[in-house]
Design a protein around this ligand. Sequence first.
Ligand code: SAM
Length: 286
Amino acid sequence: MNLCDYGEITKLLSDFDFRFSKSLGQNFIINPDVCPKMADMSGIDGESGVIEIGPGIGVLTAELAKRAKKVVCVELDSRLIPLLGITLAEYENIEIINADVLKTDLHALINEKFAGMKVFVCANLPYYITSPVIMALLESRIDVEAITVMVQKEAAQRMCAQVGSRDSGAVTVAVNYYSEAEKLFDVSAGSFMPAPKVDSCVMKLTVRSSPPVAVTDERFFFKTVRAAFGQRRKTASNSISAGLGIPKQAVIKAIAECGFSPDIRAEALSMRDLARLSDAVKNNLC
Ligand code: SAM
């Protein structure tokens, strides 16, 4: 069946009495050029295992299954499971798990399903959880080669931003710390059904073997980064003390020890600055 044909999809969805859920970020790809290109550029081959987040009706899944050894999809919407049984019936290397990806133990999934394989993540992400999914994939340090994701343009801009620039945020720091980010290609809003309001972009995050800066406590570093960017309009000292629930004096002292201005904001700090600051804050708490 042609999963990019408007008429065929409409009939399939109506046979299953399926209505799109806006709250689950359901915009399915109907442009036939997008999924083959995305699968080709993701780096997977016949020996690879692939995790797909949110298969929808399986348009990207089919392209991944043609190229990989095995594809495991995590789909939250239980209404799509019987439908996927039909659209992907011809492929024997696909497994569908009906679960929330943010509550799925991906370490266990990789060990259980992909023993001996190089693993990749490939997904057209639901826009409402783009940052949490990317942060979770990177921070959990799951053993994957690369993460190829379609995200809305604004999210792509944040992911690609320079740490220490106006556009940077906690996700920028995580992306740069754990991976080398590359913008692959743009996808117009008209490539989806239903069409979202904004265009999208496919990004590839190739996981680094070691981070670009050293920190004494990685978990604390990311807690500090999240806190620092949590209240963008406030100074780093205010956001960090509020976000971590620690005395402001300890943060002010750490900022002074690093030689930064007392009213510096998180977006002005480079990766190295953030690493030094989190180490200094931690020291002041000990
Ligand atoms: N891959 C399909 C495509 O490209 O046409 C669908 C992509 S659509 C943007 C996002 C998909 O993610 C939907 O199928 C939606 O039901 C699913 N989804 C939403 N939240 C999810 C979650 N927390 N865990 C797993 N899947 C989720």
